[in-house]
Design a protein around this ligand. Sequence first.
Ligand code: ZN
Length: 362
Amino acid sequence: MSCSICLLPFTPAPGSTCPRPPPRGILDTKQYTYFQYAIGLGSRIGGVVSPFEYLDGNNFRNTSSNLMIMMCVWESSGGTDFMCHAACAKMVRHALGMEGDDFETLVEIAGLEKVLGRPMGGAKAGWLPDIRYKELGTPHVDMAKYWETGDEPGGNMFRWKAFKDDGFEWMFNRPDMFPKFKGVSEKRKKSIGEPKQPTSDIITTQPLDVIQILLPYLSTPSYMALTSTCRILRKYALCEFQPEARRRVLELGWAVPLRSEYEKNASKAFMASARIEESPVDADWLLYLCHVHKTAAMRMRRRVWEISQGIARVWKAKRPMSVIADTVGENGELVKSAERRKLESSVQQSLLMSQMLPPLGG
Ligand SMILES: [Zn+2]
């Protein structure tokens, strides 16, 4: 029951009849709950994108309540369904440019298997073929070492304790728990103290705009080191240079929430956003920049982000040669392939089916 992106397992939900939970003390309650849920993607999933909970025994149960087929058998006939943790699903959809819920996007999601292949069964159950997971994500980890093959489909077991003992406990943190983002506090400003005047060194005697021109040439560790050397530069970093810290945060890609993570989040007042109207340029981007490089959750987020980008690179390379790519028609024009037309009608069918039952209690 491995996530097809981060290759970490799911944890069995309370309704499971034969649960195999991780040993006690490995996960805290919040982590356990997070790992219990999945997002299913692709043509094998009713509605193409749908939420599930893991029931162990090779089963996932649909939690959207308006599908006729509630249960999903994960591993069968040498392959599995495409199941991911919630944040992993969001990041891979972003990397693939498939965040929308419009028909065209859903057809592309349904076509993932035609381009990337079906997730494999057996020893590498849930893994996408042709993805070199071992070479993706910081640090590179051979996840195969931590999976044991089961006797039956869906019976593979994760070696939770060995994984933790090898120092990878930080990967159990949710990759969508962002550091708090806020304005520059008076306390932080006061902590700098009054700069000594006048100065005579080569840097602080330069006009402010000259220093600002030089900043982008520094790596982030060098930038941090330079701006901690004296009170004047510390004060600049906390006030005048906040746009530079912001540029460095946004350049990372993974360090701010995706739109879908930001918009419906109850704590969005404390979340950083790439939009100036939501997160002003003079807020404390410097503190945020320090925190995104320190927390375990952000370390895991960077890893999932990099794996997702790697999957998207393979998809982009294979998509033009795939059976769903456009073909050349009789008059030299591009036309939809037969497989693509078949996929569109099956998505239409799947969407119709998923809307047939009203939500429970509705
Ligand atoms: Zn995952």
